[in-house]
Design a protein around this ligand. Structure first.
Ligand SMILES: C[S@@+](CC[C@H](N)C(=O)[O-])C[C@H]1O[C@@H](n2cnc3c(N)ncnc32)[C@H](O)[C@@H]1O
Length: 290
């Protein structure tokens, strides 16, 4: 890491909260990569940040991504929100080109209808159960202008396959996980390594099968693109468009057909289950905290 170019970074604890590692290099370099990843997603529809006068990072933490958006802020008015007051306090005092504020775990946000042209995030829906996700998807519809764009990440097949492999490596049986992912398309793991951590009780680990995202999220948005491992070569990135007209849901889980899960699904080892909490401690680094 070229220290001369690196500004003051948040402390170990705040870096760990958003990245699952306190490594300074990873925090700084991944932030730049995330901005590039979001830019790539916007380019799919022939746009760049400069085409969006007002943008929000939903779940910005202490600003891993926003720290790299000083130039972008010259053309785009930037906002960041998060439930973590300490992370937001750091961002408010160190990232003056962004207006950051704290929001509650559930909607509403303190912004008018249709306020944002662009909303983006990384690894927020990866921590919410389905009810919280539905509440937030509806709220993001409300605060995005008709025709506006969203770039949101989910933990899809790749993180899920790593989870399964890590279970197998640890001698645990992933059969239940696999069955849930296959049949329901969304797996929310409540007894994960975030239990007793710095976040509220609702904050855990969620994995989305792509077919579920297409079937369910299309009620809220037009899905313009789904890029596997588009976010930091790990999570999947979605490019969404807020429909024209008043905020309302469309369709009801159209064609919600479970599809086969790739490769690792077949290798579920039938070994005794370990305590879920112990297993999650072992998996923490393999899953990069996400
Ligand atoms: C894995 S961190 C990612 C932070 C940031 N997006 C990044 O990539 O560096 C997840 C973040 O989501 C935030 N978060 C979780 N639930 C939220 C909610 N309901 N509203 C806003 N932020 C939320 C957490 O406080 C945390 O900062």
């Amino acid at each position: 890491m070229a220290e001369a170019t690196v500004p003051e970074l948040p402390g170990d604890d705040l870096r760990w909260r958003v990245a699952g590692t306190a490594k300074r290099e990873w925090f700084w370099e991944s932030g730049g990569m995330s901005v590039a990843n979001i830019g790539t997603m916007l380019s799919i529809i022939g746009t760049s940040f400069a085409d969006y006068p007002r943008a929000l990072e939903f779940g910005c933490g202490c600003g891993r991504i926003l720290l790299h958006m000083r130039q972008i802020a010259m053309k785009t008015e930037l906002f960041g929100v998060d439930i973590d007051p300490e992370a937001i306090a750091w961002a408010q005092s160190h990232i003056p080109w962004v207006k950051c504020s704290v929001n509650d775990g559930l909607p509403p946000l303190n912004f008018p209808d249709g306020y944002f042209d662009l909303i983006f995030n990384q690894s927020v829906f990866t921590h919410l159960d389905e009810n919280y996700q539905d509440a937030w998807l509806a709220e993001l519809v409300r605060v995005t202008r008709p025709g506006g764009t969203l770039v949101l990440s989910v933990s899809g097949d790749h993180p899920f396959s790593q989870l399964v492999k890590a279970h197998q490596d640890a001698g645990a049986d992933p059969a239940n996980l696999l069955e849930k992912y296959r049949s329901k398309g969304i797996v929310f793991i409540e007894d994960d390594s975030w239990v007793g951590g710095p976040f509220p009780d609702f904050y855990h680990s969620t994995f989305h099968a792509p077919w579920y995202v297409f079937a369910h999220w299309s009620k809220y948005f037009d899905i313009k693109a789904y890029v596997t491992r588009g976010s930091l070569d790990f999570q999947d990135y979605l490019l969404l468009r807020r429909r024209e007209g008043p905020a309302q849901l469309q369709g009801a889980d159209q064609a919600a057909q479970p599809l086969p899960v790739a490769s690792v699904a077949k290798r579920a080892a039938l070994t005794p289950r370990r305590s879920a909490k112990r297993l999650w401690r072992e998996l923490k680094y393999k899953l990069r905290g996400y």
